[in-house]
Design a protein around this ligand. Structure first.
Ligand SMILES: Cc1cc2nc3c(=O)[nH]c(=O)nc-3n(C[C@H](O)[C@H](O)[C@H](O)COP(=O)(O)OP(=O)(O)OC[C@H]3O[C@@H](n4cnc5c(N)ncnc54)[C@H](O)[C@@H]3O)c2cc1C
Length: 469
């Protein structure tokens, strides 16, 4: 039987994972189409006119997969990486508090600390019913004090939706919960409970930012199969054709789409699903703002990786000291450093894009990230329309209809916005979603990451996966 042909839409980590696996398996009948002029998608990097390198928000790698790790070494070499201790902090009430915040509330002013402790006692005395949404989950898990002081303001700033609009199932390993005994011990012994330590390291490319990884990945694939500058404008499910903006037509037996699922619905003319997608597939946009700075970071920032900002004295929820990830991220590390801020945006949290740059700079001054505006020698901004796939209340119901519908047509929608599962939408998950869909279609092995996110996140996975034995 002749091998089936594959067409892959999108050259982010998911599409590249699928292409790489096909190439590795010796499959020759495939092509990859990408709208922009480069591979990498949301994991791309850019160099501004002053020579500062920027990611689309600070990208760090926490891999769950041996296969992914081996690929990283293959792409950039053993020596292509810098390793860092993960050091994350919260800035509020004019002070730094180590993350996870809930274990370190001893650092709060007395009135806030009292409120948080009373709330933790209250949830032990009066356990809450099973939460029906993320807002109820926050209240039940952290108590009303911690919810008011940190969890609710912070989460609204990150997600750009009230937590009542989000489900409580995605949380899994992604949010640390509270252990009152440990909180009290930390208080009594005046001890910081740090999330960093020997097992909390991450790696970052020495040169070129995160985008260097995916450029290297693409460069190892046959160039004639990768079509950049090829924006898809129509997908014909019946004729199995994909049409590009410049009038070309590509045919396929099987289509791997890593485009946002909402876009796939539109491009394939499946308008009957638009209401379901609007209800179930919520998303937020990400505004990324880089500040290239003269001098060196203050001592307080010298080893920090990123910081969270729950208060309203700045528009950003997170800032990365991006020059700490690699000296290669700035033109001259003896004279420059850099910060990268992230601001979320949605219909529930609109952003004024005209005034945002000034609000960010003022926010950096308010939170004492920078001392003087004169030190800013470069600014860079980027807006990712699709930034975060929000785990909304109706998401799983919508995915339960949409993904099987497209699969009936041999269209497999995978990746951060292809499968719309925030809990498995980092680089490692996305790349593996691409690898795994090929394993399923070529070698008949079940997918794990997209099918069972909790299992995917529960451990490190050897290659081949244990479940395939
Ligand atoms: C602010 C932010 C911070 C992040 N931080 C981290 C982190 O710390 N660690 C981590 O591991 N991950 C992080 N991520 C996630 C990471 O960026 C994603 O995991 C990854 O890029 C998803 O890969 P993907 O291939 O599924 O999608 P994408 O990267 O979105 O790629 C999709 C591709 O499809 C193309 N495309 C879309 N429409 C069309 C069209 N009509 N025609 C042709 N091509 C099209 C796009 O141009 C794009 O190249 C972060 C993301 C954001 C937004």
């Amino acid at each position: 039987m002749p091998k089936k042909s594959f067409l892959i839409l999108g050259a982010g980590p998911t599409g590249l994972g699928a292409a790489r696996r096909l190439h590795e398996l010796g499959h020759a009948d495939w092509a990859l189409l990408e709208g922009s002029a480069h591979a990498g998608g949301l994991s791309s990097s850019f160099v501004d006119e002053q020579g500062f390198t920027w990611d689309i928000g600070g990208h760090v790698q926490f891999s769950h997969y041996d296969y992914f790790d081996r690929a990283m070494v293959e792409f950039l070499g053993e020596d292509g990486w810098l390793r860092h201790q993960r050091e994350s902090w919260v800035w509020m009430r004019d002070r730094f508090i180590p993350y996870p915040f809930q274990n370190n509330i001893r650092r709060l002013p007395a009135a806030d600390l009292d409120k948080c402790l009373q709330g933790l006692i209250q949830i032990i005395r009066e356990p809450r019913p099973r939460p029906e949404n993320f807002g109820q989950w926050i209240d039940a898990t952290f108590g009303p004090g911690l919810a008011e002081v940190f969890m609710r303001p912070y989460n609204f700033k990150v997600w750009a939706y009230p937590p009542e609009k989000m489900n409580a199932r995605w949380v899994g390993e992604r949010v640390a919960v509270t252990d009152l005994g440990r909180v009290l011990q930390n208080l009594v012994y005046a001890r910081d409970d740090l999330s960093w330590g020997p097992n909390n390291t991450f790696q970052f490319p020495k040169q070129g930012g995160t985008g260097a990884i995916w450029k290297a990945c693409a460069a190892r694939l046959p160039a004639e199969r990768i079509h950049l500058n090829t924006t898809i404008v129509r997908v014909d499910l019946d004729r199995r054709e994909v049409h590009s903006a410049d009038g070309r037509c590509f045919t396929y037996d099987r289509l791997i789409s890593t485009l946002p699922l909402r876009e796939l619905i539109r491009l394939s003319g499946q308008d009957q699903f638009i209401p379901l997608a609007e209800q179930g597939l919520l998303f937020s946009s990400s505004n990324i703002f880089g500040l290239g700075l003269r001098g060196q970071p203050a001592a307080e920032l010298a080893t920090k990786c990123w910081m969270y900002f729950p208060e309203d004295n700045c528009p950003f929820y997170r800032v990365t000291v991006f020059s700490n990830y690699s000296p290669g991220n700035v033109p001259d590390s003896t004279r420059h450093w850099s910060l990268m801020a992230e601001v979320s945006e949605s219909s529930d949290k609109p952003v004024n894009l005209k005034t945002l740059p000034e609000e960010i700079i003022q926010g950096a001054l308010n939170t004492r990230l920078i001392e003087r505006r004169e030190d800013i020698i470069s600014t860079w901004n980027y807006r990712a329309g699709y930034g975060y796939p929000t785990p909304g209340l109706e998401r799983d119901r919508a995915l339960g209809v949409l993904l099987p519908f497209f699969e009936q047509h041999e269209v497999y929608s995978r990746g951060r916005f292809g499968a719309w599962k925030y809990e498995v939408s980092n680089q490692d998950h996305s790349f593996m979603q691409g690898v795994e869909i090929i394993e399923r279609l070529v070698n008949n092995r079940p997918e794990i990451t997209v099918a069972d996110p909790n299992h995917a996140n529960s451990k490190r996975h050897p290659w081949p996966f244990e479940r395939w034995q």
